[in-house]
Design a protein around this ligand. Structure first.
Ligand SMILES: NC(=O)c1ccc[n+]([C@@H]2O[C@H](COP(=O)([O-])OP(=O)(O)OC[C@H]3O[C@@H](n4cnc5c(N)ncnc54)[C@H](O)[C@@H]3O)[C@@H](O)[C@H]2O)c1
Length: 437
């Protein structure tokens, strides 16, 4: 069997670009193609267009060495790797059109012996549908003239390169030939184990992984709501419950966002409407969470106004969908910030060291540029995302502030200094505002 030496990557986003760069660094001749011409042009000129540790330096190295080239047309190669978006439509049904469009483009340059790897997260059955498109449009035969495999990506944005190398992967091969070629391809840069399965199983594995996290977060969010009802700290409940050797509850959040956990369960719900009741309920609980946070914050705002006879300055710390990334796609924190910014009863600001000013302006939000200034100016501090830099805040800066914590940040300070929370409560009680968890 011919070994793979050249790769064409279709879709140069959070998954496709780092994979293209790493493959180029590991010796493949890589060509990158993206339907977004402006983005492709920027990448060609050394701007990765995404925030990810190491990406800038690594990209510029492979561009300089000409191991990675960016083209305006998809180039022929031994292996094609598809990493295009797979979003939801407004009615929550899946949109796999970019995968099929990629298939049509690949079919035009597909040759004998080629391997096509689909890495996008997809609805069950998409890999086989892609394979059929490739067969029909190229005239070549699957498993005889070309090979297809589904290899979903498990990376964590923020640690992409480490995870691309170290994570175990599931390989959904459509035939033995595909499995052999895929092993050959990934073995150059993946140190994790490759687990082989059929294409449907691998599709299901990816969706089940993210759906299980959605269900677990929904449970944590219910613990938070129950704890709130009786005035206790849910993070403390969970921390202590997790001392049980067989319990591992996740932390409550202000909602579930991003382009994986909030989306992937819908692919299963679409395919299995009768057997996905738990997933449907979890989606609904996690979707409701931003609304609950907004309503709780507005209650605190009213209390503040009554006590202080003025509007509070409320600042949301963090608007991304998860800590330490710049990505605001499907971010519940951004949803909360956008809604609060429209209210007349408060002066609302955001502070997020990862999100650039343009993005903040595009979302019609006012922001503070500096952490210290944001804290000093705020009456109510609303922690929405647990960015690591927020852990550096000096405890004394909180004194006299009302803190509304939706991401368990105060637990960190409580653990660091056991007395601190009590101190805050004391200060808060003197000043009358409350701490909210
Ligand atoms: N980002 C992650 O952390 C992550 C993790 C695991 C899985 N995934 C999955 O990987 C896939 C890609 O995600 P992403 O975050 O890289 O998306 P992204 O939006 O960052 O990048 C996708 C790129 O594909 C391009 N594109 C769209 N249609 C195209 C087409 N027909 N031909 C060529 N290029 C096209 C877009 O312009 C964009 O640059 C999705 O299915 C996602 O669910 C993402």
């Amino acid at each position: 069997m011919k070994r793979i030496s050249s790769v064409s990557v279709v879709g140069l986003g959070y998954v496709g670009l780092p994979t293209a760069v790493l493959a180029a660094q590991c010796g493949y001749e890589v060509n990158g193609f993206d339907i977004d011409i402006n983005k492709a042009e920027k990448i060609k000129n050394g701007d990765p267009t995404i925030v990810e540790p190491e990406i800038f330096q690594r990209l510029n190295e492979v561009l300089l060495d000409e191991k990675l080239k960016i083209s305006s047309e998809l180039q022929s190669a031994d292996c094609f790797l598809i990493a295009v978006p797979t979003p939801l439509k407004n009615d929550k049904s899946s949109d796999m059109s970019a995968v099929y469009d990629a298939g049509e483009r690949i079919a035009k340059v597909l040759k004998q012996g080629n391997l096509v790897i689909l890495e996008s997260t997809v609805k069950v059955g998409t890999t086989m549908k892609l394979a059929k498109i490739l067969e029909k449009k190229s005239g070549l035969k699957l498993g005889v003239n070309f090979y297809v495999a589904y290899c979903p990506e498990r990376i964590l944005p923020g640690s992409t390169f480490k995870e691309l190398i170290e994570n175990d992967r599931v390989i959904g091969a459509t035939c033995l030939g595909a499995a052999e070629l895929v092993q050959d391809f990934y073995s150059k840069f993946v140190k994790g184990k490759l687990e082989f399965a059929d294409d449907k199983t691998a599709e299901m594995v990816k969706l089940v992984e993210n759906s299980s996290r959605d269900v677990q977060i929904a449970f944590a969010n219910q613990v938070a709501e129950m704890s709130k009802e009786i005035g206790i700290d849910p993070y403390n409940v969970i921390k202590i419950a997790n001392k049980h050797p067989r319990v591992n509850i996740l932390n409550p959040t202000c909602g579930v966002g991003g382009h994986c956990i909030a989306i992937d369960p819908w692919f299963l719900i679409e395919t299995f409407p009768q057997n996905s009741k738990l997933l449907q309920m979890s989606r609904s609980i996690n979707n409701e969470k931003p609304k609950t946070v907004i309503s709780d914050v507005l209650n605190e705002v009213e209390k503040f106004k009554t006590l202080n006879n003025k509007k509070p300055i409320v600042t949301a710390f963090g608007i991304t969908f998860k800590p330490d990334v710049d990505d605001v796609r499907e971010s519940p924190a951004l949803k909360i910030a956008s809604e609060l910014s429209k209210k007349d009863s408060l002066d609302f600001y955001v502070y997020d060291p990862f999100v650039d000013k343009k993005n903040i302006n595009d979302n019609n939000l006012q922001s503070f540029e500096k952490l210290n200034l944001a804290i000093r100016a705020s009456d109510i501090i609303l922690f929405l995302v647990k960015h690591t830099s927020f852990l550096q805040i000096k405890e004394k800066e909180f004194i006299g502030k009302q803190i509304f914590d939706t991401c368990g940040l105060l637990q960190h300070f409580a653990q660091k200094n056991k007395l601190f929370l009590q101190d805050i409560v004391k200060v808060s009680l003197e000043l009358k505002p409350t701490i909210n968890f």
